[in-house]
Design a protein around this ligand. Structure first.
Ligand SMILES: Nc1ncnc2c1ncn2[C@@H]1O[C@H](COP(=O)(O)OP(=O)(O)O)[C@@H](O)[C@H]1O
Ligand SMILES: [Mg+2]
Length: 216
């Protein structure tokens, strides 16, 4: 199997499943943890990842299709999304001066996060690398990936932190991110039934973030 990515907790390989292009995401042991505890945590995280991906999908968020969970609950096999990360897509757009395409993807991301949050799924790692933009069939569709840190029983505050992380990700990776961030938030507000409370909390989270920046 071809290794696509080696992360801190998981490796992603390219494979096929019933003849379809697929990826396997395999969580590995962390050697510094007690083996028995480690196995429990690895299994728990993998199950949680699959559960959150399905819950988001059920709520109408585009995610890879779940193909299989292995019996030991350490590997998830899912549809291989053909395309590039939203991060790369946005960088390409800005280089080409295609701000309309960039805004469209930003709006789509805001809408997807709104749907997740309304379904009580908090992603936990909202960066532009954890969204993909399809090429080929369904070209341009945005797909949410990497539910490895997601939670299906979030506190209200977790949703605000999710948005804060997303906002920081846009600002740190994309020049002139303001119009993109504004579009994410506009779309979030338009699509979420409970946006007001979350956006109110977001301003608190932002204030705390700024304080930390100033005073360390
Ligand atoms: N379903 C998928 N289809 C295509 N590529 C994927 C898929 N899932 C993951 N990848 C690729 O593997 C990388 C790492 O996967 P990810 O789930 O984000 O793992 P990690 O938790 O290590 O960040 C992604 O950035 C993406 O490039
Ligand atoms: Mg990732």
């Amino acid at each position: 199997m071809e290794l696509l990515s080696q992360g801190a907790e998981a490796r992603v390989f390219a494979t096929t499943f019933c003849g379809r292009p697929a990826v396997v995401k395999e969580r590995f042991r962390k050697t510094y943890r007690l083996p028995a505890l480690d196995e429990k945590l690895t299994t728990k995280r993998t199950l949680q990842e699959a559960r959150c991906m399905l819950k988001a999908r059920k709520a109408g968020v585009r995610t890879p299709c779940l193909y299989q969970l292995d019996s030991a609950n350490t590997k998830i096999t899912m549809e291989k999304v053909d395309g590039i990360t939203a991060k790369q897509f946005l960088l390409d757009c800005l280089q080409k001066g295609d701000s309309a395409a960039a805004l469209k993807v930003a709006g789509e991301i805001g809408k997807m996060v709104a749907k997740m949050h309304d379904a009580q799924v908090v992603h936990g790692d909202l960066t532009t690398s954890n969204f993909m933009v399809r090429s080929g069939p369904g070209e341009g569709d945005v797909v949410a990936i990497d539910f490895g840190l997601a939670s299906s029983k979030p506190l209200p505050e977790d949703k605000a932190v999710d948005l804060y992380v997303l906002e920081r990700a846009f600002i740190s990776t994309h020049e002139n991110a303001d119009p993109l961030v504004n579009e994410v938030m506009r779309a979030y507000k338009a699509a979420s039934r409970k946006a007001d409370a979350t956006l109110h909390k977001l301003s608190e989270v932002r204030r705390r973030g700024r304080k930390r920046e100033m005073f360390g």
